[in-house]
Design a protein around this ligand. Structure first.
Ligand SMILES: [Zn+2]
Length: 207
């Protein structure tokens, strides 16, 4: 009976995480990595989710996962959000969890916490769940993107490691935009306060 209960709760955790990831339009391969569920079970969960949550628009992404590093620096808004995500990854201990080979079920759940926090703070899903997942693994491998210091405000932000341009941070560039262009910029919430020196500029901006 004890073993049966253990199995039930482990299975329940896997299904709960899979449904949470389906809600964020995660790809099947990402869900499989975190939950260990088979593609067939994930496909049936998609169908169940769509049946029980008809009011929630959901797309099932197919094809290749995101792999363009340039996506994260394509404009100040995306770069701001990527910097904010990087700060949250550090604050939640996710980068070290990936590097240390933590239990995928555990860090998959933590990743959902981070992504949901990011959506609340930024008010945007311009960086999709799958792009955020790609960003986490880039940062864990320490390739492609690195921290730079803004020459205007002194804060740190994510940028292409190979760039030779001395640009300001995305927040400084967003502030310099005409007001009409800020309509599509992320929300800079004044209540976000830094609590660690390792957070990048995006998190520190509003302090
Ligand atoms: Zn700056």
């Amino acid at each position: 009976m004890h073993i049966s209960n253990e199995r039930y709760f482990a299975d329940r955790l896997r299904h709960d995480l899979a449904l949470r990831m389906i809600h964020h339009e995660a790809r099947t391969c990402t869900i499989r990595t975190c939950t260990g569920l088979t593609d067939d079970r994930i496909r049936r969960l998609y169908q169940t989710y769509a049946t029980h949550m008809p009011a929630v628009p959901m797309r099932r992404h197919r094809g290749k996962s995101p792999r363009q590093i340039a996506f994260f620096t394509r404009n100040p808004r995306i770069q701001f959000e990527a910097s904010l995500l990087a700060g949250l990854f550090v604050a939640f201990g996710l980068i070290n969890a990936v590097r240390n080979g933590a239990d995928p079920l555990g860090y998959g759940s933590l990743f959902c916490d981070v992504y949901e926090t990011h959506v609340l703070l930024s008010g945007s899903r311009a960086v999709s769940f799958e792009h955020a997942w790609f960003l986490l693994h880039l940062l864990a491998k320490n390739v492609g993107l690195g921290l730079l210091r803004c020459r205007h405000c002194g804060a740190h932000f994510l940028d292409d490691r190979t760039t030779v341009l001395k640009r300001g941070c995305p927040a400084c560039r967003l502030k310099a935009l005409p007001r009409r262009q800020l309509r599509h910029a992320p929300v800079l919430l004044p209540q976000v306060r830094p609590h660690t020196r390792s957070l990048p500029s995006a998190v520190r901006l509003s302090a």
